[in-house]
Ligand binder design. Structure first.
Ligand code: AMP
Length: 364
């Protein structure tokens, strides 16, 4: 199968790496001329809403998918008869935090209390309703903490509105959560659902820095049940991530990603079938592979700088992935997976990683 992927970043790159053993070929579309997936297939270089390029991408491939939700659902919709998965509806809903929240409410998936904000009066009403601080977010185009401000006092209000652009925002109650969790799930074209062990995640400035697989987590059943509702309602095909805050014994959905997700990168070495392979299997109409974990697994992101690989590759159970991207502050450049036979062994290996390479604690 020749698959067209909107987006040529690291997620597209890892999809391609997972797809070659199954005989997939790839055509990527990305506005960046040096997108890091490009060496792994053929490439179209241009805007995501360029209708000629989109038509070419669709005509020259058997199926389309995407690695990034900040693409144009409207442009895709205007092309008739394209074969696309995950479904366009998932993408359209995800592109607006307000419609995403409305979907959570429709499905009785508990979510962070929120209000739409289109100016200072709406923000004042949200502050009145939720108390400070509130989290102000752009309704679209936000990722990795971009398009988001925590507003703590009246001075922050004006600055945040100025920086985020006053309109088409949402304000959320600030949740002093105990943990952040995510479910990586996959639904096949035959409706089969599968769930990876949930991940416990740590963010810094809105960017994921680490994820730990939690196969025995007490929140598993609840988290997977809520995620299953989303898969079913969207008649979803492919890999999807649903992120939660755990707060006072309940799970509050923060957001979903209609694609493979950073908190599931550990599945490459840590699960029978990776999230990337299962995404490809799903969109190609193949049977899904087992999502069972292979031991205890954790992942560290490499953000802003690329570590020297030699010392970390000497550590047992460590697998490094560098994406071939130019270093830039706040940019995801790679990730490191650590696998072990038991939680104790994993803790010891992680301690060695952090102790031997102390800069990783903050940069990875
Ligand atoms: P998001 O872009 O919505 O995924 O937010 C990125 C990160 O910011 C989350 O993973 C949390 O760590 C933090 N965050 C977002 N919304 C809230 C909130 N309402 N309360 C507390 N922390 C939040």
């Amino acid at each position: 199968m020749r698959l067209g992927i909107l987006g040529g970043g690291q997620l597209a790159r890892m999809l391609a790496l997972a797809g070659y053993p199954l005989g997939f070929r790839f055509l990527f579309l990305d506005p960046a001329p040096d997108a890091c997936a490009f060496p792994l297939g053929e490439a179209l270089h241009g805007a995501y809403d360029d209708l000629d390029l989109l038509a070419q991408l669709a005509n020259d491939t058997d199926k389309l998918t995407f690695e990034f939700e900040n693409i144009s659902a409207a442009a895709l919709q205007s092309l008739s008869g394209i074969a696309l998965d995950p479904p366009l509806e998932a993408l359209s809903i995800k592109k607006d935090r307000n419609s995403e929240k409305a979907l959570f409410q429709e499905l009785a998936i508990p979510t962070t209390p929120f209000r739409t904000v289109d100016g200072p009066e709406d923000l004042a009403a949200a502050v009145q309703a939720f108390g400070r601080p509130v989290v102000l977010k752009t309704r679209s185009q936000g990722y990795d903490g971009k398009g988001q401000r925590i507003v703590r006092d009246a001075n922050d209000d004006a600055r945040a509105l100025r920086e985020l652009g006053e309109h088409r925002l949402i304000a959320e109650r600030f949740i002093p959560f105990e943990r952040e969790l995510s479910v990586i799930a996959v639904r096949g074209s035959d409706g089969a659902q599968a769930f990876y062990p949930i991940s416990e995640n740590t963010h810094d400035n809105g960017i994921l820095v680490r994820a730990e697989s939690r196969p025995l987590d007490p929140m598993t059943e609840r988290a997977c049940a809520l995620t299953g509702r989303l898969l079913e309602r969207l008649q979803y095909v492919g890999t999807l991530a649903l992120e939660f805050f755990e707060y006072e014994g309940e799970l509050l959905a923060n957001e979903f990603a209609p694609r493979v997700h950073n908190s599931g990168h550990w599945t490459i070495e840590g699960a029978e079938t990776s999230q990337f392979e299962n995404h490809l299997r799903a969109v190609a109409g193949m049977p899904l592979g087992s999502t069972a974990a292979l031991g205890a697994v954790a992942m560290r992101n490499c953000i802003g700088t690329i570590p020297d690989p030699a010392p970390l590759l000497r550590l047992e159970g460590v697998h490094a992935h560098f994406y071939g991207k130019a270093p830039r502050p706040g940019r995801k450049l790679g990730h490191i997976t650590v696998r072990a036979r038991s939680e104790d062994e994993l803790a010891a290996r992680l301690a060695k990683l952090d102790a031997q390479l102390p800069s990783f604690r903050f940069s990875c």
